[in-house]
Unconditional design. Structure first.
Length: 491
């Protein structure tokens, strides 16, 4: 199972002098920020130049000054009990569920969080993971010199788990430059610097084990896998190549595994960071389709030559795809001159485009290849356009209530993976009860889309319709099972 951890890394010139800061002269609020102003990028990084042989001592000396430790106080607690259609029933686990979901009112407390980050601009802009600072009432940044600063949140993006924070310093701060992760090779040496277990700056090395890993962390998974040792507290730290450039942001590890860590590619982060600086959030293109993987059985049923592409399972009414003429059952094999190898690739391609962009979509329909022009919408519209079930309706239509998985609850349920939501109530004679869902079940997926938290659960259930059953993937006492759940028309 996967658990997010923090990482701290820094990028610098290869064996040369420490790169001291990118002078922006202060961001001009009236002018749009360009990427070249936010970070330094090596002009030769994309040329395929061969990296030098590992010289970890020199690299560590040069990179550590721009890697920071981040501590934050995050408010957590359960909401006060709400009135609902759920009836009480005799349950041997009643005391357990009352403890976590019962009626003792709201009791908030502050939970400390430790992570890592790295300075990308001499005026104090720092990159880290969203989960390191999400919900924080206070953010502290500590440099390698032990200087401490209060930081403010500039912007964050939960979908890619990226955040941009800023500190004020009377003098320019040391920085690290960005590399070019697209040219990264499997087997290439990498270096990680971070704050594991709150111990302070720690340097580890390894190689790139794989690229393009899908780990279920979000809709835009495209992780670099490395065997450089990373642990809790490393989240948000940099992963460097041997030229001293940041090529990844350490984000996740495999719980119980050794030598398996995951980093967000820096190329994926670049456009996100510019938008976070300019707007505090990210606006993405929206196609307006629900897609699924092409299984071997579907390959035969659809009479396709191979499993490449993304199968359109649904087309959102009044969305860009519907207006352009895409249909359920189409197989999207190309997007704006990019081949679509599988269903996980298409969301990243679409999200990378700005709303309003005119693109070409190549589809297979009844054995014929068509090219359909589409004008992309804004991803934020997706929730409005397809929200057939609002939050209160979801509870009544499905007959179940879910809650977030807190660290305490995860320990009590002995969960290795704290992603997902836990079923806290099941209404008698409801669709959920008829499907066999029980209190304590963990919802991991809905219609094959990962459910990682309450936000992703709400988004997934907003697409449900009483016209067709939804496929829920549950975990129950360590085992996985699928159930088909069809919302009722009442409510």
């Amino acid at each position: 199972m996967l658990r997010h951890m923090s990482f701290h890394r820094r990028v610098t010139m290869p064996l040369g002098a420490v790169l001291l800061g990118l002078w922006l002269g202060g961001f001009l609020p009236a002018l749009p920020l360009r990427a070249a102003q936010l970070w330094d990028e090596r002009s030769g990084a994309a040329t395929g130049a061969q990296p030098v042989q590992p010289a970890f001592v020199e690299l560590a000396k040069q990179l550590k000054p721009a890697v920071v430790n981040i501590s934050s106080k995050q408010v957590e607690g359960k909401a006060a009990p709400r009135r609902s259609p759920f009836g009480e029933e005799s349950d041997p686990f009643q005391e357990f569920f009352d403890r976590f979901f019962g009626g003792r009112g709201s009791r908030k407390r502050q939970r400390p969080s430790l992570g890592s980050g790295f300075i990308i601009n001499s005026t104090g802009y720092i990159v880290t993971n969203n989960h390191v600072v999400e919900g924080a009432s206070e953010i502290k940044v500590t440099l390698a010199t032990q200087e401490e600063f209060d930081a403010k949140l500039v912007g964050r993006d939960p979908k890619t788990d990226l955040a941009l924070i800023k500190v004020k310093s009377a003098k320019p701060l040391p920085t690290v430059p960005f590399g070019y992760s697209d040219t990264l090779e499997v087997g290439e040496w990498v270096l990680a610097i971070g704050n594991p277990f709150g111990l302070g700056h720690t340097v580890t090395s390894g190689i790139v084990s794989a690229k393009g890993r899908i780990i279920g962390a979000g809709p835009y998974d495209d992780f670099i896998q490395t065997d450089a040792s990373i642990n809790p507290g490393n989240s948000g730290g940099p992963l460097f190549n041997m030229r001293g450039e940041v090529i990844g942001i350490n984000t996740a590890i495999v719980s119980g595994g050794q030598g398996i860590g995951f980093a967000i590619p820096i190329n994926l982060a670049k456009e996100v960071l510019v938008q976070l600086h300019d707007k505090g959030s990210v606006t993405r293109g929206w196609l307006g389709v629900a897609i699924q993987h092409i299984s071997p059985d579907l390959l035969k049923a659809l009479k396709l030559d191979d499993t490449h592409g993304a199968l359109v399972a649904d087309v959102m009414s009044d969305g860009p795809a519907a207006k352009a003429g895409l249909q359920r059952g189409d197989v999207i094999v190309g997007f704006n001159d990019h081949k679509v190898q599988d269903s996980t690739e298409l969301p990243r391609l679409v999200a990378a485009m700005a709303p309003g962009t005119k693109v070409s979509v190549d589809v297979l329909r009844s054995g014929k290849k068509l090219t359909i022009p589409v004008t992309l919408g804004t991803l934020a519209e997706e929730k409005e356009a397809s929200a057939r079930l609002q939050a209160p309706d979801v509870e009544e239509s499905l007959g179940l209530r879910v809650e977030a998985i807190t660290p305490e609850l995860a320990r009590s349920l002995r969960l290795d993976n704290s992603k997902g939501v836990v079923v806290s109530q099941v209404a008698p004679d409801s669709p959920a009860a008829e499907a066999g869902i029980r209190r304590g079940d963990i919802v991991r997926e809905i219609n094959r889309q990962p459910v990682t938290d309450m936000e992703s659960y709400t988004e997934a259930t907003s697409h449900l319709s009483s016209n067709s059953p939804a496929l829920f993937l549950l975990e129950r006492r360590g085992s996985s099972l699928y159930v088909a759940l069809k919302p009722s028309k009442e409510g």
